[in-house]
Design a protein around this ligand. Structure first.
Ligand code: 5GP
Length: 184
């Protein structure tokens, strides 16, 4: 049996990493998603313990202080997001590959703590396409949009820190390329 791996995908805002992650999970029963913790409020339809563990600031602090966070970061300058360590280790112990879909700062913390993790930067086909995808979402107002674009510009420069870069020009193809890295 192949040894289970920790697979970390990150990338700029609106690159479609959530969609790639969903596709990976739908087509690979041996890969499980790590459910992150966050201090942001649930959006409509999000379920506590499935979408995220929705925590208060105090609860989030407690997880950090007791060493239970594998990584955490402030994302988009607002709320904190983090990966609880224990479920990741338990899944790997149980023989599952674990997928983390987190931000870039978090990905580098995971790599520091678990150098055996495979980190993958999901890149857009071009800057113009990234802007188009962000505008197409229509969920952000123009101030928030400018802020996300500024963040994306910086985030794109981080790709050199990752083990691999995979371009998301087609979700199925991108997901497949990421999965193949597990057996490379
Ligand atoms: P959203 O609020 O839209 O669900 O997520 C915002 C961002 O938080 C996404 O870009 C996602 O990659 C990042 N994120 C989600 N979970 C985690 C986590 O556990 N750790 C870190 N560092 N970032 C996360």
């Amino acid at each position: 049996m192949k040894s289970p791996k920790l697979l970390v995908i990150a990338g700029p805002t609106a690159v479609g990493k959530g969609t790639v992650a969903r596709r990976i999970l739908e087509t690979n029963s041996d890969i499980v998603l790590s459910v992150s913790a966050t201090t942001r409020q649930p959006r409509k339809g999000e379920v506590d313990g499935e979408s995220y563990f929705f925590l208060s600031d105090a609860e989030f602090d407690r997880l950090i202080e007791s060493g239970q966070m594998l990584e955490f970061a402030v994302v988009h300058g607002t709320h904190r997001y983090g990966t609880p360590r224990q479920p990741v280790l338990a899944a790997i112990e149980a023989g599952k590959n674990v997928l983390l879909e987190i931000d870039i700062q978090g990905a580098s913390q995971v790599k520091e703590q678990m150098p055996e993790a495979i980190t993958v930067f999901i890149a857009p086909p071009s800057w113009e396409e990234l802007v188009r995808r962000l505008e197409g979402r229509g969920t952000e107002d123009s101030v928030e949009m400018e802020r996300r674009l500024a963040t994306a510009r910086i985030e794109l420069q981080a790709q050199g820190q990752f083990d691999h870069v995979v371009i998301n020009d087609d979700v199925a193809k991108c997901a497949q390329s990421v999965v193949e890295l597990l057996s490379a």
